[in-house]
Design a protein around this ligand. Structure first.
Ligand code: TNX
Length: 499
């Protein structure tokens, strides 16, 4: 049985030494922040509140010479020693807690030596808070889940046709008029700036950077409620009518809240000076609220925008964001624009086998000095149904998407000509048309969020004996008790070998 470690560490040596017991005699010493994290995770898992002191059986050492996000964990000879940089230490704690096993005598940690560091610098999860709104408590819970799998970015999709979810003092009408509704007729909501600050700070305490997105020029129907003069009339294609017929929500009407699930009908009036001012206002303000280096401006599915207008607009927005001292990120469609700010990061959301020129658009970001975040929809869109009979989720991305499909893909194989150096990282998005609360989030994202974490963190497929689907389904299967103790209501997927 492989050790239940997910994502798989870069180097693991299992040793024949005796296990280390976690019991009333256990103590923690060293780096204070990580000690508190370990104490709370150990208590959640074992019920034992291990004291923090100056001499510990578990010693946590900050090592400023360690590679970014790396750690070393040494379990044996009666003690546990962990070292790394600040982020690495917290990842090491999450590895350690995965190793804690219950037995007839209590709790034990097997003797191992681990040296670990991430393959990719950017490891993201996305939460769509526009289709449904999630309160700060739920976002914190989502952050905890992601951090436990060594993700380091939280992309918040803060605006879409169904609502605008962040208070902006420069544009008060957005939340005053466009925040109170959501998909399916659910109640909406928005984050005050103080609440957004709480999310950013909580994420930072878990070594996660918040990446805020305002999606444009499409996905902007909510803006019609606040600033109708800068938005176009909805384009009612056959797709929009089909979605309305299949899922309800009616047809979008300019200036009226939209609660359906169709995409691609709304657009800013990109050539209007007032739209340019709007864009500058929203990104200038969100930049001041966001300590992280990235601002995401969407750019996907702008089917209601003329292609030439689209190209000029996304180029202009990317330069606005760069002028604010931030790195722009856009969905891959924006790669079609010739004038993007150099270094703009592209987020690829087409399939593992690219279609309709999406690979060409992705390569354009790299040619322009940027890198790619890979979110192949048929593998790691966490909103796809996991099985045909699942209560929640969509199926458009060749769905349903099994755990095996979420696992079996290799980042460097997706786009021809793209190598590890061009790949900034991997992000697993959760769109929330069908998702309303934390129980729904758990039901859809687990265990596929663990598969995406392994693509983002672990060495490439095939480079380690355990970097295989068979090993993964056994390793995840050993994490059920840990997840249950953390309050995660994960579905008992039949693809996983639960132990
Ligand atoms: C496509 S992929 C979208 C979202 C939807 C999602 C549903 C992409 C960048 N946009 O607007 O919510 O599909 O799976």
């Amino acid at each position: 049985m492989p050790l239940p470690l997910v994502p798989l560490p870069a180097h693991v040596i299992e040793r024949p030494n005796p296990d280390v017991r976690i019991d009333a005699a256990t103590t923690i010493s060293g780096d204070a922040d990580t000690a508190v994290l370990l104490q709370s995770l150990l208590e959640q898992r074992t019920g034992i509140r291990v004291p923090i002191g100056s001499v510990g059986t578990v010693d946590l050492r900050l090592d400023d010479t360690a590679a970014p996000e790396s750690y070393r964990l040494d379990v044996g000879n009666g003690g546990i020693r962990l070292s790394g940089d600040a982020a690495g230490l917290s990842y090491g704690v999450h590895t350690l807690i995965q190793l804690v096993q219950g037995d007839a005598d209590g709790w034990r940690v097997p003797s191992v030596e681990i040296a670990d560091e991430p393959r990719f610098a950017y490891r993201g999860v996305m939460l769509d808070v526009a289709r449904h709104f999630f309160d700060v408590t739920t976002v914190r819970a989502f952050i905890d889940r992601a951090a436990s799998l060594k993700y380091n970015h939280l992309h918040l999709h803060l605006s879409d046709d169904q609502g605008w979810r962040l208070e902006l003092h420069s544009r008060p009408e957005l939340t005053a008029r466009a925040s109170q509704t959501a998909a399916g007729g659910a109640a909406g909501g928005f984050y005050t700036q103080e609440q957004y600050g709480e999310i950013v700070a909580y994420a930072a305490s878990r070594h996660m950077t918040v990446v805020p997105e305002f999606d444009m020029p499409g996905h902007t129907h909510a803006v019609t409620l606040a600033y109708p003069e800068i938005t176009a009339q909805p384009v009612l294609s056959d797709h929009i009518r089909d979605v309305a017929a299949a899922y309800g929500g009616g047809l979008p009407e300019h200036g009226t809240p939209y609660t359906g699930m169709a995409v691609g009908f709304s657009s800013l009036r990109t050539r209007d000076a007032a739209a340019t001012t709007f864009v500058r206002d929203v990104f200038t303000e969100v930049a001041t609220l966001t300590p992280g280096p990235y601002l995401h401006f969407g750019g996907d599915e702008a089917l209601g925008t003329d292609p030439a207008d689209f190209a000029d607009f996304v180029a202009e927005v990317s330069h606005e964001i760069a002028a604010l001292g931030k790195t722009p990120i856009a969905w891959h469609e924006a790669g079609a624009a010739p004038g993007l700010a150099p270094g703009t990061i592209g987020q690829y959301w087409n399939f593992i086998m690219p279609t309709v020129g999406s690979d060409e658009r992705a390569r354009a970001f790299v040619a322009n000095g940027g890198r790619l975040v890979l979110s192949p929809a048929d593998a790691i869109y966490l909103d796809m149904k996991p099985t045909a009979d699942a209560r929640l989720g969509l199926t458009w991305a060749n769905g349903p998407t099994s755990v095996e499909r979420a696992y079996r893909w290799e980042p460097s194989d997706v786009i021809a000509g793209i190598t590890d150096a061009d790949i900034f990282g991997v992000e697993a998005p959760l769109w929330t048309e069908t998702v309303t609360d934390l129980a729904d989030i758990d039901a859809l994202v687990f265990p596929r969020i663990a598969a995406a974490a392994e693509a983002a963190w672990s060495p490439a497929t095939g480079t380690l004996p355990d970097r295989t689907w068979d090993s993964f389904r056994a390793r995840v299967g050993g994490l059920g008790a840990l997840w249950t103790s953390a309050g995660i209501r994960f579905p008992a997927s039949e693809e996983i070998v639960w132990t």
